[in-house]
Design a protein around this ligand. Structure first.
Ligand SMILES: [Ca+2]
Ligand SMILES: [Ca+2]
Length: 177
């Protein structure tokens, strides 16, 4: 669902990794997942599969999720052959507090994240650092586990863009439990 069209705005941030700047770049898509039952497998937040066209401008995706456990894990699996898929400004807000570390990748390394360390230095929002796929033929996975209060509402959002199209372009974003 398209809810707004916003012009790109860039800010200089004076400290790293503690907040994610709100930097809309293009059409914002909002998808709400209000899970009412406990999950026993990874719950899908977002799926990009065989897109017909490239989307080089980063778009924001957001979802609402009710925390199931004292720890939740957010996982991004991305594949793009032979091009690239870019992820940036990953955020999980609960009562206005950011639960992730280095969600904007401006530490310029994998701090806070587990999995492949495939960063690019101009592929993110406003040409900042981003996470991108670095493997050919298989997905890259990166995940972060964070502490929550069970039953609390999590506002999950991230930016995504990709080059190319077709069956070798996919992105699967999940949360567990
Ligand atoms: Ca690639
Ligand atoms: Ca960034």
């Amino acid at each position: 669902m398209i809810i707004s069209l916003l012009r790109e705005q860039c800010y200089n941030i004076s400290f790293l990794g503690t907040t994610t700047p709100v930097v809309p770049t293009t059409t914002i898509y909002t998808n709400q997942i209000l899970n009412q039952t406990s999950a026993t497998t990874n719950r899908q937040i977002y799926l990009l599969s065989s897109p017909l066209t490239a989307s080089p401008l980063l778009s924001q995706v957001s979802a609402l999720y009710i925390a199931q456990s004292t720890y939740e894990t957010l996982t991004f699996g991305i594949r793009n052959d032979p091009g690239y898929t870019w992820i940036d400004n990953i955020s999980v807000l609960s009562n206005g507090h950011e639960l992730l570390v280095n969600g904007n990748f401006e530490y310029a390394n994998n701090t806070g994240w587990q999995g492949a360390s495939h960063l690019g230095n101009t592929c993110g929002v406003c040409s900042s650092y981003c996470y991108n796929d670095g493997v050919t033929g298989n997905p890259d996975y990166v995940s972060q586990t964070f502490q929550t209060t069970p039953g609390s509402l999590l506002y999950i959002s991230f930016y995504i863009g990709w080059s190319g199209s077709g069956s070798a372009v996919l992105a699967n974003v999940t949360i567990y439990p």
